[in-house]
Design a protein around this ligand. Structure first.
Ligand SMILES: Nc1ncnc2c1ncn2[C@@H]1O[C@H](COP(=O)(O)OP(=O)(O)OP(=O)(O)O)[C@@H](O)[C@H]1O
Ligand code: SF4
Ligand SMILES: [Mg+2]
Length: 368
């Protein structure tokens, strides 16, 4: 086994999908290290490649494959492990809560049986103890009337309940690493807050490491130690949560923070009022900086040369992929004001559009 940093070390990962137009890269040169007990947020707009990274780590890609890089877990490269060895890792070493819980649940098995099966397989519990433990786990994720839910089939549950069942199943084996792909998007605001509290408690109690995939920066601020910001399949900023929220160094992160996240809102409804334009489609990545067509601070070099992931602060590890980050950090030459002024202007336009459309926005600012 090779010695690699952290519990999980994703190294220089590039992933492509096979599409009608050939192989197209969805993730490029992505690197991330999660220490034991650490909670890492992976954020970015819809289509930025968050689920692709989660699925690659789990080896669940269907028409996609990793073209380059490695996924080190406890010193072993998961991308080269034979399926037999991966079977020992799934559920026991790494648990995954997918974005679409219904697709992950077996439609022909009752919920209680599905949870009990995991417990019997990984913890070797007998049938009776596994059934009792399944009900206790449903209770733990605050599902009302656990015995009734245990006797139900997946299609008889709401999306929010299915998500909580998946969380219960993921936590049941107390794995060292949890990967949660938008685990609370189908939940109403109250249940979402309750599930987040629960996750925080469990993570603290069991020292579980977590990769928390979300579009919601408010949620990240509540549960994550560090944040990786993804744009068009590229890591653009990676920093401790406090540092990133206090002083974002990448214009995309600044734009994300300026667009107010709202608990309970579906991501499809979220408009990044502060960032005009759209994420590029697969295969249409611009040369130079991927964010340049939308960036209020773009200059000539941005359109010509791709910035590399630079170390912005060695202490605590802070990385940013932007030609102009030193100016942004120093607030030099009006760079910060210039970007903010442009974003404010766009925000004002967005606000007017919303007011004209009679749209109401319930704001939920992050707590850090
Ligand atoms: N099976 C697939 N085949 C081809 N392209 C895919 C496939 N899955 C995802 N993609 C494309 O890869 C890119 C990244 O998708 P991905 O689902 O990883 O994004 P995401 O950040 O998880 O988005 P969301 O927030 O909507 O879940 C998108 O352009 C998407 O259209
Ligand atoms: S490199 Fe240029 S275009 Fe890209 S984020 Fe930085 S300033 Fe904007
Ligand atoms: Mg996704």
């Amino acid at each position: 086994m090779e010695s690699k940093p952290g519990l999980l070390h994703v190294e220089d990962l590039t992933v492509a999908y096979h599409t009608g137009a050939g192989w197209l890269e969805a993730v490029r040169d992505f690197t991330l290290t999660i220490a034991p007990g650490q909670t890492y947020g992976l954020v970015g707009e819809s289509g930025s490649g968050k689920s692709t990274i989660a699925l690659t780590i789990m080896r669940y890609l269907r028409n996609g494959r990793s073209r380059q890089g490695a996924v080190w877990f406890n010193g072993r490269n998961l991308l080269t492990l034979p399926p037999h060895d991966m079977a020992h890792i799934w559920g026991k070493e790494i648990s995954f809560v997918p974005q679409d819980p219904l697709s992950a649940l077996n439609p022909s098995l009752r919920i209680g049986e599905q949870i009990a099966e995991v417990l019997r397989q990984h913890l070797h519990l007998d049938k009776k103890s596994a059934a009792a433990r399944a009900i206790a786990l449903l209770d733990m994720v605050r599902i009302p009337d656990p015995p009734r839910v245990a006797a139900s089939y997946p299609h008889q549950l709401s999306g929010g309940m299915q998500q909580r069942v998946m969380i219960a199943m993921a936590l049941s084996t107390e794995p060292p690493l949890l990967i949660l792909d938008e685990p609370t998007t189908n939940l109403d605001v109250t249940t979402q807050a309750a599930v987040l509290d629960l996750l925080r408690e469990l993570i603290a109690a069991r020292q579980t490491a977590v990769l928390y995939v979300t579009h919601n920066l408010g949620v990240v601020a509540q549960v994550c130690d560090r944040v990786a910001v993804l744009y068009a399949g590229e890591l653009v900023e990676d920093a401790p949560t406090h540092a990133l929220y206090r002083q974002p160094l990448h214009p995309y992160t600044q734009g994300l923070l300026d667009s107010v996240p709202q608990l309970g809102q579906h991501k499809a409804q979220i408009q990044l009022a502060a960032i005009p334009g759209q994420i590029p489609a697969l295969g249409q990545r611009p040369t130079g900086c991927v964010f340049a067509p939308r960036c209020p601070l773009a200059v000539e070099i941005c359109h010509a040369e791709r910035p590399f992931l630079d170390t912005a602060a060695a202490e605590n590890g802070r990385f940013v992929r932007c030609h102009r980050w030193p100016e942004i950090a120093a607030g030099e030459g009006g760079v910060k004001k210039e970007g903010r002024r442009e974003r404010k202007r766009e925000e004002g336009r967005g606000k007017r559009r919303r007011e004209e459309g009679g749209e109401r926005r319930d704001c939920c600012r992050w707590r850090i």
